[in-house]
Design a protein around this ligand. Structure first.
Ligand code: GUN
Length: 290
């Protein structure tokens, strides 16, 4: 078994980006600028956004964090997005999800200028992804593809099962893995809560990508010997032994699955850091396009 080490891979990517930023600075150009909108005080979202801001500083990007009260109206949030769309100093921005229940996430995503949608969530960018056109690819699936690329994982002709069909991870992941590209060219099945014979299906996968948000859902009997297993899950569970009072648990029962795999990611040094690096790549791309 070999670990797919997203931590070290993402460090490499950050170094590459930092190098590009120092060249941008040397040419007296404006450096890339990412804005992040955080509505409310959800603990996990606070953490994710704090990492995004920290990552920007580390590679030399400018960043702006916009904190909005959980009670903000949908229209006020849409007005803020309009302002960010027009702000010439900002190359790209994200609105951290999930949003409070009174705000329609789809309306918010539709309001973002596709040229600044570094999350790759809006219809124009999702459509371009499906057509194989250059676009901002959603950070988590893009980060997983980058891991496959950097570890030279063979995907062509392999059976790939994607567990989870979210707009952010499962669906774009399946599109990317089935595309005529390397990595890609896999035979892809999307599995979800209504899928029958899930254990058998997962156990037939050469590549199993798990993004269902259920802790330690994938057990050893669901994994084919020699499979590549990617765990997107990261759920906080209470843990009094930790200073933070919680620990992050993945969707895969890592301890019992790991020895069956050829490659496996681990929480939190696998997919998470790659997602963060992908957002930086997209922000750099947004800057370069302008
Ligand atoms: N919430 C969980 N993952 C993401 C992400 O990649 N982008 C945004 N905007 N919100 C998220």
């Amino acid at each position: 078994m070999q670990l797919l080490d997203g931590k070290s891979c993402s460090e490499q990517i950050r170094q590459e980006i930092a190098q590009t930023v120092s060249e941008i600075r040397a040419s007296k150009d404006r450096v890339p600028h990412l804005a992040a909108v955080l509505v409310g005080n959800d603990g996990a979202s606070e953490n994710y956004v704090a990492f995004k801001v920290k990552d920007c500083a580390e590679v030399g990007f400018d960043s702006t964090l916009i904190r909005l009260d959980a009670t903000i109206s949908e229209q006020e949030l849409l007005d803020k997005i309009d302002e960010l769309n027009r702000n010439e100093a900002i190359d790209g921005f994200i609105v951290q999800l999930p949003l409070p229940a009174h705000i329609d996430e789809n309306k918010v995503i539709l309001a973002i200028d596709p040229a600044k949608d570094v999350d790759g969530f809006c219809p124009e960018n999702v459509g371009k992804l499906s057509l194989g056109l250059p676009t901002f690819i959603s950070a988590t699936p893009n980060g997983i593809m980058e891991l496959f690329r950097r570890y030279d994982i063979e995907t062509e002709g392999k059976n790939c099962v994607v567990l989870g069909r979210s707009n952010i991870v499962g669906t774009p992941m399946a599109v990317l893995m089935s595309r005529n590209s390397n990595p890609g060219n896999a035979t892809v099945t999307i599995a979800h809560s209504r899928t029958k014979n899930l254990t058998e299906l997962c156990a037939s996968a050469d590549i199993l990508i798990v993004a269902i948000g259920k802790t330690e859902f994938v057990t050893a009997d669901m994994v084919k010997p020699g499979a590549v297993v990617v765990d997107v899950g990261q759920t906080r569970v209470p843990d009094d032994s930790k200073k933070s009072g919680f620990r992050n648990v993945g969707d895969v029962d890592f301890e019992n699955v790991k020895d069956k795999c050829s490659y496996i990611t681990y929480v939190t040094g696998g997919v998470g850091p790659m997602t963060r690096a992908s957002l930086l790549q997209n922000t750099l791309k947004a800057h370069q396009r302008r």
